[in-house]
Design a protein around this ligand. Structure first.
Ligand code: 13P
Length: 319
């Protein structure tokens, strides 16, 4: 099977009412972990990378190798996606490197990081669609602003501007995007909400309303990590310093899928799993300097977290 577009993967998810996980990777080890999980779980998968954010200095070689690696996993449907492209040039480079899907996040100015106007957002998104579609590449846009700091994205948006259903219809009509990230109550990063009463809450009625109006566009949930307390505790018990907070529970994500979410972005939970495993291993094995021994538990923890999410999203067993 050759690499798939985002549209093809999400059409399948829509038909069978599940969601496909989009997992952030910034090194080949992480990409192997995600793709191995997809193979083991027989799950469609979206591997996503952010421009300017990797373990390597040379982005072009990193993206070329990532593309080649994804091609090796021919037995499961894989899309290679640019997450949070902030400029037209980011998206153009991704298309050149064989990504099958790009996100243009023009919901905020990449100069001031302030929310962009609807017109600015739609105009840049439309330009990216005109670049990508003739190349057979899908496009995801963003409406509203999702809170928190995304790694590689410059600032921290403290306040979530929720997506407006009527604007969503206009936005899709004016841009022609295949998928739309909607701000419905989540926030990016490892420090999310600290409200002990209930953690993070999805605006399920808002998802349902947008879905009702936009039957032909796939809805995307960003900032979907759950921030497992055990991982944060393990990191902090072994020299780390991550502020405990609350992400979005697996049950809320299931309700989001039932309301119409088809792509779920997750980076932080896998990063927490990796960091917890690595810190624990190093603490428990002070003399070990062989990198393969150190990385083995980290990769396994990353893979395990991704596999767990594939089961929860209903994508396991669909490939
Ligand atoms: P988390 O930080 O919650 O994992 O979200 C990642 C994300 O939405 C990437 O676009």
């Amino acid at each position: 099977m050759t690499l798939q577009t985002l549209s093809a993967l999400l059409d399948g998810a829509e038909a069978a009412q599940y969601a496909v996980g989009a997992f952030n990777v910034s090194s080949l080890d992480q990409a192997v972990a995600v793709l191995d999980a997809a193979e083991t779980e027989r799950s469609p998968v979206i591997v996503q990378a952010i421009a300017g954010m990797s373990a390597y200095d040379d982005e072009s070689r990193w993206w070329t190798r990532l593309r080649r690696l994804t091609e090796e996993y021919a037995s499961v449907p894989v899309a290679l996606h640019l997450d949070h492209g902030r400029t037209y040039e980011d998206c153009a480079r991704a298309v050149e490197h064989g990504f099958t899907s790009v996100m243009i996040d023009a919901s905020r100015s990449n100069v001031t990081d302030e929310p962009a106007s609807f017109e600015e957002n739609a105009a840049l998104t439309r330009q990216v669609v005109e670049l990508a579609h003739p190349a057979g590449v899908s496009v995801e846009g963003e409406l509203g602003t999702i809170g928190g700091a995304e790694a590689g994205v410059s600032g921290v948006v403290e306040e979530i501007v929720f997506a407006d259903p009527d604007e969503a219809v206009r936005f899709v009509g004016e841009t022609g995007v295949d998928a739309l990230a909607v701000a419905v109550g989540t926030s990016h990063g490892s420090v999310k909400f600290t409200d002990e009463a209930g953690g993070q809450r999805l605006r399920l009625e808002l998802i349902s309303e947008i879905k009702r109006l936009l039957t032909g566009t796939h809805l995307v949930l960003h900032g979907s990590s759950s921030v497992p307390g055990e991982a944060v505790a393990a990191i902090n018990a072994h020299g780390g310093d991550v502020r405990p907070s609350y992400g979005i529970s697996p049950e809320q994500k299931s309700s989001g899928i039932a309301a119409g979410i088809r792509k779920i972005n997750q980076g932080t939970d896998s990063h927490l799993a990796w960091t917890a495993a690595l810190r624990t291993f190093l603490h428990e094995h002070p003399p070990v300097v062989e990198p393969s021994e150190q990385l083995r538990p980290a990769i396994a923890a990353f893979r395990g977290m991704v596999a767990q999410r594939m089961k929860e999203f209903g994508s396991a067993g669909r490939a």
